[in-house]
Design a protein around this ligand. Structure first.
Ligand SMILES: Cc1cc2nc3c(=O)[nH]c(=O)nc-3n(C[C@H](O)[C@H](O)[C@H](O)COP(=O)(O)OP(=O)(O)OC[C@H]3O[C@@H](n4cnc5c(N)ncnc54)[C@H](O)[C@@H]3O)c2cc1C
Length: 393
């Protein structure tokens, strides 16, 4: 139990954000840009959640419907804030590697379903060149998804939080845990924390997969569970530079834009027959390259309300074997292994719910939080009518 008094009012601003992952920071950054005063509180001394453990891939093109709209809406904000705050971002596009005719056929269908130039079908030689491989053996072709972006997941949220904190009308408080929510003075919402109380005209609670720790009934109602993913970082073969994010057949089974294509059932049957080992671990065999050249390789998916912290070596082995085939190498020099966790729900890809007057819970309940963060924040802030106040921080 917290022993410090929780009655002291620490700050009162237009907007208060709980959680300094990408969802919280995207809301904070756009609120600050709109001229609102902003406070962010984060329970850790620096954010170490899903937002630093991922591929850093804004997987815009492969979204479908509402999430596609959000992904496209957020694209310009990613680039704007990269320039303003100084984090690394690149208009890299994504490469989908096809190793069979069914995979390539699906990519052809996808290409014709999108505006010209957005999805470019490639031959085996063009795919080889983008991967920096020597031979085309095993490659059937692929597609280049032009709109996708990449950021460096290890550094982005730290730099964005630091930049926000340096703005006159924004502050980020680390090591500050939200404990309770209620009504404050002058019709503001109030958040009790481990360091006193904060008030704001509007509060966004962006705690990622920990929704159940604060709102167990709502998490149960939205059927939120934890999806755990195994990841690895490794040196790139012979200092290869691979600009786009790289996706494969298992990615085509997971992202909605692909699963809506006529060839999707045939592709699933084909992968079920050829790679049951990959489906068994819920694989999305993909990778990105960090600015220092390191490859981020993954990933597997397993679902549970509470996740065991242990990494299964056999799972990592299957992912590495499949990735080595894409790069036409024998093995990787592994640098790190880790587990990432994100919120998952079969009900909807996003949970946005007003839990009380002026308090909104926001959780991305699918593995696309980097992709839709800024678009989702833009939509949530557009819906707000917050009176500007004189802030105290
Ligand atoms: C391995 C992996 C790969 C992925 N790859 C991609 C990808 O390439 N592209 C993509 O679009 N998405 C990807 N995702 C999904 C994406 O990372 C997440 O959807 C996104 O990071 C969620 O952001 P968030 O801010 O909600 O959560 P987090 O980053 O987890 O942040 C939540 C923050 O809230 C804080 N918090 C929790 N409770 C409290 C409290 N009571 N008080 C104060 N602070 C609190 C936590 O400490 C944490 O810092 C991936 C996820 C994983 C795990």
């Amino acid at each position: 139990m917290n022993s410090e008094p929780t009655t002291k009012l620490v700050a009162s601003t237009d907007v208060l954000i709980v959680g300094a992952g990408i969802i919280g920071l995207a809301h904070a950054a756009l609120a600050q840009q709109a001229g609102l005063s902003v406070t962010v509180i984060e329970r850790d001394h620096r954010a170490v959640g899903a937002s630093i453990r991922n591929f850093g891939h804004a997987c815009i093109t492969a979204q479908h419907g509402e999430t596609y709209e959000m992904a496209q809406a957020g694209r310009k904000h990613w680039l704007d804030f990269a320039a303003k705050a100084g984090f690394w971002a690149i208009e890299s596009g994504a490469l989908v590697v096809a190793t069979t005719e069914t995979e390539l056929q699906l990519l052809r269908e996808f290409s014709t379903s999108r505006p010209e130039g957005q999805v470019m079908v490639l031959n085996a030689e063009e795919v080889r060149a983008k991967l920096g491989r020597e031979h085309t053996e095993g490659l059937h072709g692929g597609a280049f998804l032009a709109d996708d972006l990449r950021v460096d997941p290890r550094t982005t949220v730290g730099i964005l939080a630091g930049w926000l904190h340096r703005q006159d009308d924004a502050a980020v408080h680390f090591n500050t845990t939200a404990l309770g929510f209620g009504a404050g003075t002058e019709r503001k919402a109030r958040v009790e924390t481990s360091r006193g109380a904060f008030e704001a005209s509007h509060v966004f609670i962006c705690v990622g997969h920990d929704v159940d720790q604060l709102f167990p009934s709502m998490a149960a109602e939205h059927r939120i569970t934890r999806c755990a993913l195994q990841m690895v970082s490794a040196s790139a073969p012979e200092s290869t530079t691979i600009v786009p994010a790289v996706l494969t057949a298992t990615s085509m089974l997971r992202y909605d834009a692909f699963t809506h294509m006529p060839s999707a059932p045939a592709l699933r049957a084909e992968v079920e027959a050829a790679h049951p080992d990959l489906l068994e671990i819920g694989a999305n065999v993909m990778f990105t390259q960090r600015p220092d050249g390191t490859l981020l390789l993954g990933d597997s998916h397993s679902y549970d309300l509470t996740q065991a912290p242990f990494l299964t070596e056999a799972t990592t082995g299957k992912l590495l074997q499949a990735t080595a085939k894409v790069l036409d190498i024998d093995s990787f020099a592994i640098a790190e292994r880790w587990q990432g966790i994100y919120a998952s729900s079969e009900v909807a890809p996003v949970l946005v719910r007003d839990i009380a007057e002026s308090i909104t819970l926001v959780s991305v309940t699918s593995g696309i939080g980097m992709t839709i963060s800024f678009g989702l924040a833009e939509a949530n802030l557009t819906a707000l009518t917050v009176p500007r106040s004189s802030a105290t921080r």
